[in-house]
Design a protein around this ligand. Sequence first.
Ligand code: F6P
Ligand code: MN
Length: 344
Amino acid sequence: MTHIATTKYIALSSFLANAARDERIPAGLIKLIESVADACSSIATAVERGVFDGASGNAHSENIHGEAQKKLDVVSNDIMMGAVESVSCLRGLASEELESVQMTGHEHSADTPDYLLLFDPLDGSSNLEISGIVGSIFSVLAAPATDAVLDESHFLQPGVKQVCAGYAIYGATTMFVLTTGYGVDGFTFDGESASFVLTHPQLQIPENTREFAINMSNERYWEEPVRRYVRECVAGASGPRQTNFNMRWIASMVAEVHRILMRGGVFLYPRDNKNPQLAGRLRLTYEANPMSFIVEQAGGMSTTGEMPIMEVQPDHVHQRVPVILGSRLEVERLLRYHDEAAAA
Ligand code: F6P
Ligand code: MN
């Protein structure tokens, strides 16, 4: 087997140093991003080794959303917290697996900006038992420049305020995908150098697609504009779209978004009336916002159906939101269908 020298690829640490030099990221953020990336490579190992380390199966506990936690959900959360807690610019964190936000105890420094980290440590964890694709998602917000004690209210910033977002995917390869507002770059974990290296610079989502992703078993609960959209896709070449569509559902948002970044597509977890008291299935602050930032930075679009996801003002850190995102022309079409239904 021929090995291609990975030295031809730029390492994440050099990429970040260059980006800071060119003022594409604040220098103070580098340590935090590197610590998150380190945590992700450790989570990849934990996922791979779960069965040997006694970490497979259920933790016999529930998270704040009432979902059964897997042991690896808890392990991944501990890995992420352990990796970032000592980063001095990080003042607080929020996680899907923690009931309330936690402060790190680091004091505000007058010289450098402070940050807040929000994350879903192991997305799509129902895929673990089938050795399917899982991932981690994270979002970074600026912390207020104050010596005062911080609390959940400081995390309740709309997605447009994110300074950085990304995800790691644990699939056939482990990748780390990042934006600081200057496009989206993808790094592949190279086991030989034990580092992430830049393999997918400046990813762009094709504006057109013939692929959609939605959990079809919820069809009877969907809102009408989404039913219309999917009905027309399924009708294929003999329907109003006059072309055949393909459907994919991996049940891991990281995997769906990654596929869309690689080849286009549209992903929907829309508002539905399955649990009318919930706005949607996915979580705004640590799932929908970071993925929307990534998608929009790659030329795609993201919406609740009514407004851009990143403009939603969060009321609490575990809030849910309807999600429609991906290739721009399809998301625009879905928005049009929502507008038409509202006007009817
Ligand atoms: O985190 C929630 C999540 O696991 C997403 O990653 C995924 O897109 C979705 O839920 C899967 O939902 P369902 O269980 O309806 O297939
Ligand atoms: Mn998740």
